[in-house]
Write a protein that binds this ligand. Structure first.
Ligand SMILES: Nc1ncnc2c1ncn2[C@@H]1O[C@H](COP(=O)(O)OP(=O)(O)OP(=O)(O)O)[C@@H](O)[C@H]1O
Length: 292
């Protein structure tokens, strides 16, 4: 599959402070990629460099290498809301549409922004959450192949967030690529195909949540049963707690352990599998802890 983004040996300093040091990254189409990192880790800086909005000190970035006009394939929703105040919602959507050869229709964009009743309102009259909705519809106005979303749901209420991620999953189904940063890790947990963690100026993890769980996590499988003496044969079991007929099995790979347990599950009741959340995996990764 073609790489739509290739970043090689990218480094960036502000004054004498290293922000990014030897970043290497390739991105193929059709995935949702979540870029994680603590406040100030360099996520926005990396996105801004990829978008050619700020300079870098060394290394190279290539985006849509086979296209003469790579910018036409990119939509962007940055962290800061749009600052225009006097222009109306309708005007800014129409203005943004006019930049593209084959934009989405006005009707579609106003529907996605959920601002039909505010279409003649000035930007200054919108709430923070409404501005985020509008920023999203402007980002997809040109029907881009690649979307950069920096903290897209900050300021959105919970219903809006759910609708927003549904829309993102629809875009992924259409083969679009989404590169997103967010501190709401519970939102990313069910949608991200790939997690990239920026830490100490470098990419310290780049793989799926399942792999992060294997590396970092532990999951708990618990049930009630009268089965005895099968646990010594389970290769994916890290630890066993046993209270009467109640069993707690700790594992880094719950799927494999469930497969191993499957011959014995007939005699089992109250089976529950608890997986570590992305939030706790990320926090323990940041702290350099492994849950062995
Ligand atoms: N124009 C600038 N001049 C000097 N330092 C800057 C500038 N822009 C960003 N920085 C610094 O670069 C570092 C990375 O900032 P960046 O905004 O990329 O982090 P981030 O990971 O996006 O953070 P957050 O999660 O808080 O949005 C921070 O320490 C920030 O203070």
């Amino acid at each position: 599959m073609e790489n739509i983004i290739t970043v090689e040996h990218l480094s960036k300093k502000y004054n004498q402070n290293t922000i990014l040091n030897d970043i290497n990254l390739t991105i193929q189409s059709g995935q949702i990629i979540a870029l994680l990192g603590k406040n100030g880790a360099g996520k926005t800086t990396l996105i801004n460099i990829m978008l050619n909005l700020i300079s870098h000190d060394s290394g190279s970035i290539s985006i849509f290498p086979n296209s003469k006009h790579p910018k036409e394939h990119i939509g962007v929703m940055m962290q800061d809301n749009i600052t225009l105040t006097r222009i109306t919602v309708k005007e800014i959507i129409e203005l943004t549409r006019s930049y593209y050869k084959t934009p989405k229709t006005y009707q579609k964009l106003i529907e996605i922004s959920d601002l039909k009743q505010f279409e003649h309102s000035k930007m200054s009259q919108l709430s923070g959450g409404q501005k985020r909705h509008l920023a999203f519809s402007l980002a997809i106005a040109g029907d881009p192949e690649l979307l950069f979303l920096d903290e897209p749901t900050s300021g959105m209420d919970s219903k809006s967030r759910i609708d927003f991620w549904q829309e993102i999953l629809q875009l992924k189904k259409q083969g679009k690529t989404i590169f997103v940063t967010s501190h709401y890790l519970e939102e990313l947990e069910n949608v991200a195909d790939r997690i990239i963690i920026l830490k100490d100026h470098q990419i310290k993890f780049d793989d799926s949540i399942a792999q992060l769980r294997l590396l970092q996590g532990q999951s708990l499988i618990e049930f009630d049963s009268n089965i005895l003496d099968v646990f010594g044969n389970l290769t994916n079991l890290k630890k066993l707690n046993h209270f009467g007929t109640h069993y707690q099995l700790i594992t880094s790979d719950p799927e494999l352990l469930m497969q191993e347990l499957s011959p014995y599950l007939k005699g089992v009741t109250n089976l529950k599998v608890h997986q570590n959340s992305l939030d706790s995996l990320f926090n323990s990764f940041e702290e350099g802890k492994k849950n062995d």
